[in-house]
Design a protein around this ligand. Structure first.
Ligand code: XIL
Length: 345
């Protein structure tokens, strides 16, 4: 039968998946597995680096760039006729920024020093791949999920938070005049995301008011259980509120992308057939809604196989069983989720 990417293309979109995910700067994780790589080539039209293009990977020290792992992934995609999305030029949440950034001495003119460190990074990274990567998550997760306010970061200590983002987007536009520049975040349709959604809409509105060049909203789409240790529920979502949120974003002229799709099954009972069914049905409802928007350009999963899902190491199930959040199981057999995606496309 047709691949997921072929199905997506029939609707004018692309289907893709994440690759990599090992320790920053290494080629470990799913990229090291030939069976997984073959699955990506069979199903996808598009890849994205899980960790290999983050600052922690590319910037082992303030004055040093290391592109080896990212280059290998991009070359692999190219050799196999796959496109590539960039993730991400700026994720300056302290937890995910390189450790040196927290204590870095920006000298007597810190605002100028921050600006040049950031523009140098965007120019070098986006510039290096400009023939291969035309869609970038320029900024990732800048809005505090609890309050909807802008996050405090090592950069926002010296330049107002929104302005840090504007600098990154303007530089990215300079490098990629026709590229797709994306703001990416994890607000979702589940309860508890109200402040996050409101904060993201305020940010998107601010971009428009200031003339910041942003083309699309990346909707990560880690759906299922809320991503907290306290929550074990599954299946509760606010469809009408979510539609309103997406309507406002596209109404401001933004395209949308599903950038990191997976279904968190932490709150579902152990039985595998019924667990896989519930995950597939939940995904179908979500994808049907999202695919009703002609502004949706791409659908990217954060893992093609349960074997390599980032969720295996986080927010453990109470029974400690492996999770089943992706379209293929740990032995690379297709699951009902794969059929649900195909049917939705
Ligand atoms: C995750 C990776 O999957 C993990 O391997 C890593 O330890 C942390 O980051 N939102 C994002 C992604 O934008 O970059 C995150 O990726 C998952 C959540």
């Amino acid at each position: 039968g047709p691949s997921l990417d072929e199905l997506a293309r029939a609707g004018g979109r692309r289907f893709g998946a994440v690759v990599g995910g090992g320790a920053p700067g290494t080629l470990t994780g799913s990229f090291a597995d030939p069976a997984l790589r073959a699955l990506l080539v069979a199903e996808c039209g598009l890849l994205v680096s899980e960790n290999e293009m983050k600052w922690a990977a590319l910037r082992p020290a303030p004055d040093r760039y290391d592109f080896a792992a990212a280059d290998r992934q991009v070359a692999f995609a190219d050799e196999n006729g796959l496109g590539f999305r960039g993730h991400t030029l700026l994720w300056h949440h302290p937890q995910w920024f390189p450790a040196w950034a927290a204590t870095h001495d920006f000298g007597p003119h810190p605002a100028t020093a921050v600006e040049s460190m950031l523009t140098d990074h965007v120019a070098k990274v986006a510039g290096r791949y400009k023939r291969k990567i035309v869609s970038w998550d320029v900024v990732n997760e800048a809005v505090d999920a609890d309050t909807g306010a802008m996050r405090e970061t090592p950069f926002s200590r010296h330049i107002p938070a929104e302005q840090v983002l504007d600098i990154a987007f303007h530089k990215a536009r300079e490098v990629l005049p026709r590229g797709q520049l994306v703001y990416n975040d994890y607000m979702s349709w589940e309860p508890g995301h109200e402040n996050h959604r409101a904060g993201v809409l305020r940010l998107l509105e601010g971009f428009r008011k200031r003339g910041t060049p942003v083309d699309a909203l990346g909707i990560q789409s880690h759906i299922g259980t809320a991503n907290t240790d306290s929550s074990t529920g599954f299946g509760d979502y606010h469809e009408a509120e979510w539609r309103r949120f997406v309507d406002v974003a596209v109404g401001m002229g933004y395209d949308i992308i599903i950038t990191e799709f997976d279904v968190h099954d932490k709150g579902l009972p152990a039985d595998i057939p019924s667990r896989d069914r519930a995950v597939a049905d939940y995904a179908r409802a979500y994808l049907d809604l999202m695919l009703s928007y002609p502004q949706l350009t791409d659908i990217v999963t954060w893992g093609m196989s349960d074997r390599y899902s980032w969720l295996q190491n986080l927010w453990l199930r109470p029974d400690r069983l492996p999770k089943r959040p992706t379209p293929y199981d740990a032995d690379f057999k297709p699951k009902p989720l794969r059929d649900a995606i195909a049917a939705a496309l």
